[in-house]
Design a protein around this ligand. Structure first.
Ligand SMILES: [Zn+2]
Length: 186
């Protein structure tokens, strides 16, 4: 049985940490700006975005639910799924294919890993770690000025989406979803 209040407060602590405020970028039609991860952290604490530990990682934009392997999931895995929630919550009406959404989520988790532990974690898609880590390091350097937001170069994004598209793990990269925001609690 998951202790939901402590699970939610742990997630809020990770997403409102200074490390997450480094995660600011534009990638295709996705924009992630300052404080968006903190916003999702608050939404989790208030159960507007739900979290469940059910043995796998994922995000369902229809029910606004982050699924995690377990309550003690590694923080960068939470950051990955929270990126999908950020896109859903802050880009209502955006039609997005799975490719840019996954590219953004892998970039966000890698920025978090490098900022908090000095190196990228090995990503679960073959050949993806080196190009994402390279992009993340340039992003971190550029965003050292808090007024700036890094724009991912098209050449990097094209390469990353191609790697994702050729992997079985990443699923159907052409699938389109319309972001419908997160709903108020009842
Ligand atoms: Zn994902």
């Amino acid at each position: 049985m998951t202790d939901l209040p402590s699970f939610r407060s742990r997630a809020k602590g990770i997403l409102t940490s200074p490390a997450c405020n480094n995660i600011r970028f534009k990638l295709d039609n996705v924009q992630i700006r300052s404080f968006m991860f903190g916003y999702i952290g608050d939404a989790i604490a208030r159960n507007r975005v739900h979290i469940k530990a059910e043995g796998f990682n994922g995000y369902d934009h229809e029910s606004d639910t982050i699924f995690l392997v377990s309550p003690d999931v590694r923080p960068h895995e939470l950051v990955h799924e929270a990126t999908h929630a950020v896109i859903d919550a802050t880009n209502r009406g955006l039609v997005i294919s799975k490719g840019p959404g996954e590219a953004a989520a892998y970039l966000a988790e890698t920025v978090y890993s490098i900022v908090t532990q000095g190196e990228a974690n090995s990503l679960d898609v073959p050949h993806l770690t080196p190009p994402v880590a390279s992009l993340a390091r340039r992003l971190i350097e550029y965003n050292k000025d808090p007024r700036r937001t890094f724009t991912c170069p098209a050449s990097d994004v094209t390469l990353i989406k191609a790697i994702l598209g050729s992997s079985k793990l990443a699923g159907n990269m052409a699938r389109m979803d319309t972001m419908n925001g997160i709903t108020e609690p009842r």
